[in-house]
Design a protein around this ligand. Structure first.
Ligand code: C2E
Ligand code: CA
Ligand code: CA
Length: 854
């Protein structure tokens, strides 16, 4: 087509410079060539487009137009026959244009499109006719060739424009651009034909010929552009497309214009000719038809909509779970009758309200997050949201919803919640939860605080209701946790409560729940509460854990302080058992607690009463086959309880500054004892974390060394790994101790968080492997391999590695086989009183020989 356009314009310009009749012959010749070229190119473009049929037909139509124009070559002297000859071809371009309309759109809007088209066509013709008659002052008859040509041209132009506009209005996106290009191309070519007809009337003046060339070239170029752009098969038109509105209105506007022109004509000429009357009449009929069709279509649409809504609701109503439907702004648009069954008549009042206003304030942020979270996977799978919703009778119900996000589904465009009532079936006794607490409330979470808990417990103690108390301890919180963290925790915990249970904040790292029911209800709930703080789901970046202690207001001791103490005791016991544990208060716990309290009081006096002493356990060097050092271990002989293990009383001492006093005493006693021995032994002293952090350790050690005269190289300080991971000033103090010549050991290695890697760069000389390290080493070859590589790695880091708790000859043999050097354990020597120590030390080589022999 492009070549054709170039040939056409060149030809016309060349012909225009020739004298008539040569010029007409030239124009006709070049026009024919141009149409032929256009046809050939249209065929080529057709193959690459997405509507090959459309552009193939176009090529055919252009060929017909070319052939028609060729006939004009036989009638030189006028361009009119040539114009007329090209018209059938132009008319043939109408059907392919119509085929650009997507099938879906055509099916849906067929009747409307056809009536609009006809109305528009009729109105265009009427406009053209009225304008002509107004301007020329005469009626258009079919008596002269010129008039016939004009009528034919006008009709073709009107038809093409009407069709083109219709197609443009019924397509969208890229296809609409193609339709616009094709329409403009056709209008330009038809315009060129009109110009050609006028060039005859005005005696072959040059300007119309040049304009013809420009218009025809432009027209063909636009058609080529349309064919080349045609890559997307159209999509059915969206109902709210603004152009479909324009298409609906345009025929009426044109009809209005035609009516005005007609009236003006009548006013000016005082008459109405036959053509105008007929066209006007047809226009009125079409107007009525179009109106009828539009009404019928809109009625059908409404019915379909009503049917689909009724169907949707019927499906939803029959679903087992109650359903709530939310729009994109989370406003409730519909609730199923089943939902009303759960929450009562207030379900109806919720329609139109934001769903977040219908739930408990604490649950709002989590609910918003759950509803608006981006959908992962198919919307059918859904996600769950849990929140408390108030029943008509004022109770809070715990509802869980499976959320289906169908906002992107054009047929639904909503969030569909399938709800479930998690609230316990039996109605709550209002005794526990409903009365307002008397005490204060926690400013961060808004929950009732500890004083409210005490007040409420006192109130409940007077009544006879069965009430449980769960105390939840949160582990992993910093000293001063952010308010966000507390709020988040409160949200998580409150989501697992049932109606009648009440959450309170009893301390910075503690929550409490008053449970509606007995101790077993409390136990079930406590498991859920602890599960709501899983260690693997960080809260604001913190890895938190929860433990719970349980007691109940039962029996005679309902006094608030006693109840709270029992719950704390149970919580302590749960903490001791590890993260995620739940412990019920029991008599055994009570006895343990009483003993702890007695020991705590007595420990302060133990030193003064001379109940404490040290025993020494040898550490053996397997390479030198002898004892190289001893570990000082504290012993307490209690007047009533007898021998108390340091594992029990040292943690009690750790609770106060007492542990520093004890540590100082141990340091002095141990250094003095070992310095007084004949043997050249080192001594290891256990140092508590609190003593290290007190900042007094360096002074105490220096003093003990000075007093005893023990060389610093013979003192080892045993610290647990958590102390080493502490703040920088601890590391500084340890570094200062090392500069003195004192060595530092990491005690109980392998029981905490440690990996060997972190030891690099820390001020450490000795690694003491915990007894647990030897577990199953005798039976499990994989464990043996692990043991071997850890020992090897420790040694290669330049550390003296001591394996503690060697109890069997087999363990000893395995360690020897691994080439391991330092061991400590009952097999070779038990912790010994100072007087017996030299004997125990001397007995070791024999025990070694025996152990090795076994
Ligand atoms: P530890 O520092 O790990 O001390 C080693 C513990 O293992 C000692 O228990 C010792 O008697 C025991 N033990 C040694 N060989 C074996 C064995 O072959 N098998 C078994 N099952 N156990 C063995 P002990 O004396 O009851 O001390 C317990 C913990 O109390 C010590 O653990 C230490 O953490 C703490 N402790 C003891 N004395 C002191 C002290 O003076 N100050 C401080 N701060 N803590 C101390
Ligand atoms: Ca130790
Ligand atoms: Ca140890």
């Amino acid at each position: 087509m492009a070549t054709g356009a170039v040939v056409l314009s060149a030809g016309i310009v060349v012909s225009a410079t020739q004298p008539a009749p040569l010029s007409e012959v030239g124009v006709a010749l070049f026009s024919v060539l141009a149409f032929l070229g256009g046809a050939v190119l249209a065929r080529a473009a057709a193959r690459r487009s997405c509507h090959p049929g459309v552009w193939g037909w176009y090529a055919g139509a252009l060929l017909v137009a070319g052939a028609g124009a060729a006939l004009a070559l036989h009638t030189p002297g006028s361009t009119v026959p040539m114009t007329v000859g090209a018209l059938p071809g132009m008319l043939l371009t109408v059907p392919p244009l119509l085929r650009l309309i997507p099938v879906g759109t055509w099916r849906r809007l067929r009747a409307q499109l056809v009536t609009s088209l006809l109305l528009f066509l009729d109105a265009c013709l009427l406009c053209a006719l009225a304008t002509f008659e107004l301007v020329s002052g005469r009626s258009l008859g079919l008596t002269t060739l010129f008039d016939v040509t004009l009528v034919a041209l006008g009709a073709t132009l009107a038809l093409l424009t009407a069709m083109g506009l219709l197609v443009v209005a019924s397509t969208s996106g890229a296809l609409r651009r193609v339709a616009v290009l094709a329409l403009s191309g056709q209008v330009a070519i038809t315009g060129a034909l009109v110009l050609m007809a006028f060039s005859d009337e005005q005696d072959a003046a040059t300007p119309p010929l040049v304009a013809t060339a420009v218009a025809a070239t432009l027209g063909l170029a636009l058609l080529v552009g349309a064919a080349l752009q045609d890559h997307t098969p159209g999509e059915p038109l969206a109902e709210d497309d603004p152009l479909s509105f324009a298409a609906a209105v345009l025929p009426h506007l044109t009809a209005l214009a035609a009516g005005c022109l007609l009236l003006s004509g009548v006013l000016v000429t005082g008459a109405l000719d036959v053509a105008q009357t007929v066209l006007g009449g047809v226009g009125l009929v079409l107007l009525a038809a179009h109106q009828t069709v539009s009404w019928r279509d809109s009625r059908d649409l409404t019915r379909t909509l009503q049917r689909s809504q009724a169907y949707f609701r019927a499906v939803v109503r029959s679903a087992v779970d109650p359903v709530v439907i939310l729009d994109g702004d989370l406003a409730i648009t519909w609730t199923s009758p089943g939902f009303g069954d759960i929450i009562g008549r207030s379900a109806e009042r919720l329609v139109g309200r934001d769903v977040r206003t219908a739930v408990h304030p604490d649950d709002r942020p989590a609910l918003t997050a759950a509803l608006l979270a981006p959908q992962v996977g198919a919307p059918r799978e859904g996600r769950t949201a849990t929140a408390r919703v108030r029943h008509d009778d004022g109770r809070w119900l715990l509802l869980q919803a499976r959320v289906r996000d169908l906002r992107q589904d054009p047929a639904v465009g909503a969030l569909v919640l399938h709800c479930r009532d998690l609230t316990r079936a039996t109605p709550a006794r209002p005794a526990v939860a409903d009365a307002l607490p008397l005490g204060g409330s926690d400013p961060e979470t808004g929950l009732p605080d500890r004083s409210a808990l005490v007040a409420r417990l006192a109130e409940l103690a007077r009544g006879g209701a069965e009430v449980g108390l769960v105390k939840i301890g949160i582990g992993g919180l910093p000293d001063d946790p952010a308010a966000d963290v507390a709020r988040d925790l409160a949200g998580r915990l409150s989501r697992v409560l049932r109606t009648g249970d009440r959450l309170l904040r009893s301390g910075p790292a503690e929550f409490a729940v008053l449970v509606d029911g007995g101790i077993s209800d409390a136990e079930t709930l406590a498991e859920r509460l602890v599960g709501a703080v899983p260690a693997d789901a960080p809260v604001h970046g913190l890895r938190l854990t929860a433990c719970a202690g349980i007691t109940a207001l039962e029996g005679s001791d309902r006094e608030p302080v006693a109840v709270l103490r029992r719950a704390s005791m149970a919580l302590d016991s749960a903490r001791g058992a590890g993260p995620g544990r739940v412990r019920r208060h029991s008599v055994a716990l009570l006895i343990a607690q009483n003993r702890r309290e007695a020991l705590r009081t007595d420990l302060a006096l133990a030193l003064a009463r001379d109940e404490l002493r040290l025993v020494y356990q040898p550490v053996v060097d397997l390479a030198l086959q002898r004892v190289t050092s001893v570990e000082a271990l504290l012993r307490w002989q209690h007047p009533t309880w007898g021998a108390v293990s340091p594992a029990e009383f040292v943690p009690l001492a750790e609770e106060s500054a007492l542990v520093t006093t004890l540590g100082r005493w141990v340091m002095r006693t141990a250094t003095a004892a070992v310095a007084g021995l004949d043997a050249d032994l080192c001594v290891a002293v256990n140092v508590s974390a609190r003593h290290v952090r007190s900042g007094e350790l360096l002074g105490d050690v220096s003093e003990a060394l000075a007093a005893s005269g023990l060389p610093p190289e013979r003192l080892v300080l045993e610290l647990t790994e958590s102390v080493l991971l502490d703040e920088a000033h601890v590391t500084d103090e340890l570094a200062a101790l090392r500069r003195l010549g004192v060595r530092i050991a990491v005690d109980d290695f392998g029981t905490g968080w440690s990996s060997l890697a972190y030891l690099v760069g820390l001020p450490v000389d000795v690694l003491k492997m915990d007894r647990a390290f030897l577990a199953s080493v005798e039976t499990d070859p994989r464990h043996q391999a692990l043991c071997r590589s850890v020992l090897h790695l420790g040694t290669s880091l330049g550390l003296d590695v001591v394996v503690e708790g060697v109890e069997t000859p087999r363990e000893l043999q395995l360690l020897r086989d691994m080439g391991h050097r330092f061991v400590q354990g009952f097999l070779l020597a038990r912790p010994t009183e100072l007087p017996a120590l030299p004997g125990a030390v001397q007995a070791v080589p024999a025990a070694l020989a025996q152990g090795a022999a076994r």
